[in-house]
Ligand binder design. Structure first.
Ligand code: FAD
Length: 674
């Protein structure tokens, strides 16, 4: 029986995000998928801005950003007094200034290819290669409960079955066009029938794993194998939606805008302009009915979906020569009550929450699930993190799933409903209400407004009984440094070479924690002395207590060089200084403690750790302190977790260092004697 630290079941967006973390952290991992190949077209296409920030932290963001179509504007079309559709309003698709990215679209298969490249590039002598193993599915999963408390044990035993290409190819395609019905919820899962059909005829292998993660989609076999208490809870609506990816030929003027078009009698279409002149149409199918139950999917054809779109967009004409992909689905809104069993088997992505795709959430939330889980699991496997931290996965992500379902129920209802004729029409949907809901929901749908609850990983600082946050979350305040929220990005100028940097670029997803010292105005000698005293404490007391971490060559362009010049891995805690003095008033080697420009025998001083909130020569002033909501005189200290979320915000003063100490003590294990 072979042994593996992490076994991932399913190589969709959730599984691949997790595999990438494991590759970056150097964890012995296998990832299996029952299908022959990855997705080539269709399925999810919308990337929310937080997802783009995350992909950027792995070095893939730029590829997506370059290839994807950027959604900048959304327009709302509604019936006028004569029942004809007309443009009722326009709005920015992404709230300006909440991120350096805007919502973008590109098909899922392309992104999965970028993941595979990034996983491959992570390999090094300390980072074992990880490859997706296709045509493999689990057929049994047992947890040895007597072993779960032993950190180093392999308590999860899984049988893997090797399928032939034929067995692993979906049989439910309805046409020779690329269709996604076999992954849609209108189709029953084929997992059980494949297992039954291949009983006794296929090679099997037993694997012992420390952790198993079910990223196996909405019909998750892993979830079902954990018992009835893991069943998803929720409902299906009667609305059936069709999806077409076409290159449209139309005189509808907003075809290159994201649009929501409500017709008086023929239903609703959502238009999503895509890359390569493609446009995705989401269409509510009026012509078909579920009669309260599951729908007869043989009634659905691309022609039927297309004719519905034509009716909704009348009097504008619509035709096409090229269709890329199509599917249909019934909206179901469900989530699981448990995201993990004994913190040894975890569920992520569609395996534990499903909802309508129209707000472009599923793939994003799925990847964000495993982005949250990945560093925790990886650092526990490396012996760096305390295993108790794993319980924060369910705490943090279950709430997001619940909020998502609540949002989706409200949004889908407004979306599918008939437009109200006037204010007295109580059964119709008010179009003003839909537009407002669209705008207000953006902090949640973009995921920049997500806030994790207090736990060992998110300590709210208490000063005289106050948490220091009285401001309401709004587009103007969402980027402030708040515990539980993501560390936003502002530009700051490198002290030594004047290059402006996005602060998020100083925090790649490499498994390290960041202590960001906002030093304030260090041209004031008293403030400089506080900042240097903190540096002394960090380098003499904090860093020596905690382990080092080998960095993958793909984590940073410099790590390749470091590998050849220095034997020592860096500390799992990285220290950055962002000050608010004038750049010309500070000489780092003269004025600053070595914690802020660490020295290495072979590499000299590190000039990449000190930044100024000031004017750059070519890219303006980042106004980082203002954006982060930090006082320029006093400064602050912020602990950023490896996933870019803020774990602690405190003051530079010596009296508050104990909070930093306590935070790390609760999360990271002390360094083993070298
Ligand atoms: P999946 O993508 O379903 O991946 C699961 C993987 O597990 C698959 O590769 C499958 O082959 C494998 N697997 C399944 N069972 C087994 C088994 N027993 N053994 C081994 N392997 C197994 N989301 C967005 O964020 N934005 C969008 O714009 C968007 N648009 C969408 C449009 C449509 C039409 C649809 C249907 C969905 C859309 N979604 C969108 C949702 C998105 O596609 C899903 O939420 C996302 O793919 C979920 O990712 P996942 O990795 O959890 O699961």
């Amino acid at each position: 029986m072979s042994e593996v630290d992490v076994l991932i079941v399913g190589a969709g967006p959730a599984g691949l995000m997790l595999a990438l973390w494991m590759a970056r952290l150097g964890v012995k991992t296998r990832i299996v998928d029952k299908r022959t190949d990855k997705i080539f077209s269709g399925q999810a296409d919308g990337f929310q801005v937080r997802t783009l920030e995350i992909l950027d932290s792995f070095g893939i963001g730029e590829r997506v950003w370059k290839e994807a179509n950027h959604l900048l504007e959304v327009s709302f079309w509604n019936p006028d007094e004569n029942g004809q559709i007309r443009r009722d309003g326009r709005a920015p698709d992404t709230i300006p200034n909440i991120s350096r990215f805007t919502e973008s679209v590109m098909h899922q298969g392309r992104m999965e290819a970028f993941f595979l490249d990034a996983i491959k590039a992570s390999t090094s002598p300390k980072h074992p290669p990880i490859q997706v193993e296709r045509c493999i599915m689990p057929t049994s999963l047992d947890i040895r409960e007597d072993l779960v408390d032993d950190e180093n044990a392999y308590p999860v035993e899984v049988t893997l079955r090797y399928l032939s290409e034929d067995e692993a190819t979906p049989t439910s395609r309805l046409s020779n066009l690329q269709d996604g019905l076999f992954r849609s919820n209108l189709t029953a899962s084929d997992t059980e029938s494949i297992i039954e059909k291949t009983n006794g005829s296929c090679k099997e292998e037993k694997v012992k794993a420390r952790y198993v993660v079910g990223c196996d989609g909405a019909h998750s076999w892993v979830r079902k194998s954990l018992g009835p208490e893991f069943a998803m809870v929720g409902e299906s609506t009667d609305a059936i939606w069709g999806v077409l990816d076409i290159i449209p030929i139309t005189d509808f003027p907003d075809i290159r805008n994201r649009c929501v078009v409500h017709s008086a009698e023929s239903g609703t279409v959502m238009v999503i302009p895509r890359e390569n002149r493609l446009v995705r149409l989401y269409i509510q199918l009026k012509e078909v009915s579920t009669e309260g139950g599951r729908f007869d999917r043989s009634q659905i054809t691309p022609e039927l979906i297309f004719e519905s779109a034509q009716k909704i967009l009348r009097p504008y004409s619509l035709r096409y020569h090229y269709i890329d992909w199509w599917t249909a689905y019934q909206i179901g809104q469900r989530s699981g009550n448990h995201f993990s069993k004994l913190d040894r088997v975890f569920l992520a992505g569609d395996a534990v929450h499903t909802h309508s795709p129209k707000a472009g959430q599923g793939m994003n939330v799925s990847m964000q699930d495993t982005y949250n889980l990945g560093w925790k699991l990886g650092l526990v496997c490396k012996g760096i993190l305390r295993p108790e931290v794993l319980s924060t996965y369910e705490l943090e992500r279950k709430q997001i799933a619940k909020d998502l379902i609540a949002f989706d129920q409200k949004f889908s209802k407004m979306f599918s409903g008939r437009p109200a004729k006037d204010i007295l029409d109580e059964t119709g949907v008010s179009m003003n209400e839909l537009q407002n809901a669209f705008k207000l929901s953006h902090l949640f749908t973009s995921a920049v407004g997500i806030s994790y609850q207090p736990s060992v990983l998110t300590h709210e600082q208490q000063i005289n009984g106050h948490t220091g946050h009285n401001d309401v979350l709004s587009p103007e305040t969402v980027n402030r440094c708040r515990v539980g929220m993501r560390f936003a990005s502002y530009k700051a100028v490198n002290q030594s070479d004047a290059r402006p940097w996005e602060m998020q670029h100083q925090m790649p997803s490499d498994g390290r924690f960041r202590v960001v010292v906002f030093g304030g105005d260090i041209s004031d000698p008293a403030q400089l002395s506080k900042v240097n005293a903190l540096g002394d404490w960090v380098s003499k007391k904090l860093l020596p207590r905690y382990p080092r971490i080998p960095l993958s060559p793909a984590s940073s362009p410099h790590t390749g060089l470091l590998r050849f010049t220095t034997e020592q891995d860096p500390s799992v805690i990285d220290v950055l200084l962002v000050h608010a003095a004038k750049r010309e008033d500070i000489e780092p080697l003269r004025d600053l403690h070595e914690a802020y420009h660490p020295f290495d025998e072979k590499l000299g001083w590190d000039y990449g750790k000190v930044f100024v909130d000031g004017e750059s020569y070519h890219e303006g002033h980042g106004r980082a302190y203002e954006g982060y909501g930090i006082d320029k005189k006093e400064g602050a200290v912020v602990i950023v977790r490896p996933d870019g979320y803020i774990g602690l915000k405190t003051r530079v003063d010596e009296a508050d260092w104990a909070q930093i100490d306590r935070w790390f003590e609760g999360v990271v294990k002390p360094r083993a004697p070298e």
